[in-house]
Design a protein around this ligand. Sequence first.
Ligand SMILES: [Fe+2]
Length: 346
Amino acid sequence: MVFEQVATGGCQSYLIGCDQTCVAALIDPELSQIDHYLALATRDGVRIRYLIDTHTHADHFSATRELARRLDVPVVMHRASPAPFVDMRIGDGEMVVLGKLRLQALHTPGHTADSMCLQVEDRVFTGDTLLIGGTGRTDLPSGDPEALYDSLFNRLLHLDPSLQVYPAHDYKGRSHSTIADEIATNPRLQKRDRAEFVEMMRSLNLTMPTHITEALRTNMSGGKTVASLLAEATSTVPFMSLAELRSRVEAAEDDLIVLDVRERDAYEGGHIPGARLLPRGQLELRVNQDLPDPTRRILACCELGYISTLAAATLRSMGFLRAVALDGGMKAWREAGYPLKTGKEP
Ligand SMILES: [Fe+2]
């Protein structure tokens, strides 16, 4: 068996594969680790054939949709998943065949309605249903403490006690435990009475995960994160450093158009000498009139360097093949003590 565990903060993801047939599945992959997973699969000599989410994640950005696009392999989730991009919906008691391995799905609602665990040989991937020394919370969308009680006490904890438990989260750097260890020591599993367990889950009063709205939006729709949009734009444009631009501004090079894409009041409060104003929100509307020559060298700048990257990528896609973005923004320019001009456009 090929097996890799990849931690991203408190999130755990897994590459599991059959070494005889060289095929593998990724379980709960995270968006920022895509290159890491692909490198591990190459190093281990397996081809990724399935992308599996154990449930709809509210606390990290799933990589299943993006990897499905790149690898042309199916996204697998429980059939209760709300995500429209799931290619293979599976139900309780069904299996995903992975070479000689069998990934057995167990529907375990509670943390979310679409939560499932996957048993493979000597181990079980428990998602957020069962954590090491904890359980998934039940106060996020589609969570249900009564269902979690049934999933744990009437399903998961009846599995072979020697099975190794690999959860979707661990915040203390632990890799795994066993069903027997959890039954014996997990504090949340000591409330074996249904009403007591439900009352405990309802009174946990946890803070909301960071990025919850963006995680649910992107994981449920397959849409892009803001960071992905920026990374895509960054990969399509060259940049110029602040110091390089300053020397060109001071030399009054007139082959370079500095395009300030902030709003008018920010521009008038202090801009790079000679910069023109074209707010990002008006770029497409005014580009033909303001930038009639697509062969000109154009440098986009903004306050922090993000919006200017998007603007430069838009300009390139429109045929301005010499559009570049400033590596940094006006904030860094001011802090460096570089020359500024105030007032209206000349
Ligand atoms: Fe979760």
